[in-house]
Ligand binder design. Structure first.
Ligand code: ADP
Ligand code: MG
Length: 336
């Protein structure tokens, strides 16, 4: 199919793709598996994710995105190419020929980092590449008309970073970012269990703990989960049971760091826009915002209303798709 428009959320943890008006058609982890003997990518996305921690020595799993930007150019390009091919093969869209692609990028990215995204997307087969700032895309995806005057505060808790931005009239007025997000929560959990139980757990186990019993706000009822790791003394598998209260404590410092950033951005926001935000509230997006009680904790510490985007994981991608429908207006507004 020619003349197609594709929107991509090129995330650290996940890549989401929207096509024309079909909504999100692909959502895969940002991972590639490389066979070092032939120097070729042998799997991308979910298929590569399953290989993490399980590969023979010739095969390596690589995450080509770090903290929202490309950290491994060649593999980022191959990953994108793989995903675009996947659209044609698996999603039955026929061969994807030279699409126009809009990619979301963090607000405070350098020109060099921007160019890397542009070049990799072109190399992966784009006819034209448009970049949009992530918080702007997130706001659009959350249903906000960003071309009107009026401030909105977007907090995007991703995997590697949390990005906080005040947007108005289609652009970012104030923004800041911190290298704390979902993967930091996982590391907090891994470290806590190692210290307190002398047990080593892997990334996927910590992810399960976080999603099942983790929290930013104290749950009414304590919950428990049984997990298995490796006993550091014996080197053998060992099962332990951990509680939601312990895990909340283990992650609390990182949660506070995120909220302190939100407060800092609010303090740096011009008064008129701050007053808008006081009435519109804070928009919460990104997979990390799904941590239990995150919205409540932010509301409590800032005194502001917090609105969780309807689909926090897809919000940015959905926004790129909507933005592709009004490229002309957004170009005039200077948004893209
Ligand atoms: P990025 O844009 O950086 O790729 P995402 O917005 O896709 O990141 O969010 C990915 C992060 O969200 C991961 O760290 C993941 O563990 C976390 N996450 C996803 N679902 C949940 C959940 N239900 N509870 C807590 N964290 C979650
Ligand atoms: Mg993201």
């Amino acid at each position: 199919m020619a003349g197609m428009d594709i929107g991509i959320d090129l995330g650290t943890a996940n890549v989401l793709i929207v096509v024309d008006d079909k909504g999100v058609v692909l959502s895969e982890p940002s991972v590639v598996a490389v066979d070092n003997r032939i120097n070729e990518v042998i799997a991308v996305g979910n298929e590569a994710y399953k290989m993490i921690g399980r590969t023979p020595k010739e095969i390596e799993t690589i995450k080509p995105m770090m903290n929202g930007v490309i950290s491994d150019y060649d593999n980022a390009e191959k990953m994108l190419r793989g995903f675009i091919d996947m659209l044609g093969e698996k999603k039955g869209m026929g061969k994807i020929v030279m699409p126009r692609i809009m990619v979301s990028v963090p607000s405070n990215i350098t020109d060099i980092e921007k160019k890397a995204v542009e070049d990799a997307t072109k190399q992966a087969g784009a006819r034209e590449v448009l970049l949009i700032e992530e918080p702007v895309a997130a706001a659009i995806g959350a249903g906000i008309d960003i071309t009107r005057p009026g401030g909105h505060l977007v907090v995007d808790i991703g995997d590697g970073t949390t990005d906080v931005a005040v947007i108005s009239l289609g652009g970012t007025v104030v923004s800041d970012s911190i290298k704390v997000g979902g993967s930091r929560f996982n590391n907090d959990i891994i470290r806590y269990i190692k210290r307190n139980y002398n047990v080593i757990i892997g990334e996927r186990t910590s992810e399960t703990i976080k999603k099942d019993i983790g929290s930013a706000y104290r749950r009414q009822e304590e919950r428990f989960i049984k997990i298995t790791g490796r006993d550091l003394t014996t080197g053998l598998p060992k099962s332990i049971t951990v509680s939601s209260f312990e895990i909340m404590d283990a992650m609390s410092e990182s949660v506070i760091q995120i909220i302190n950033l939100v407060i800092k951005v609010l303090q740096d926001t011009p008064p008129e826009l701050a007053s808008d935000i006081a009435s519109t509230g804070i928009i919460l997006t990104g997979g990390g915002s799904l941590l239990y009680g995150m919205d409540k904790k932010i509301a409590e510490m800032t005194g502001l209303r917090v609105i969780m985007a309807e689909d926090p994981i897809s919000c940015v991608a959905i926004g790129t798709g909507i933005a592709l429908g009004s490229v002309d207006i957004l170009q005039v507004a200077g948004t893209i």
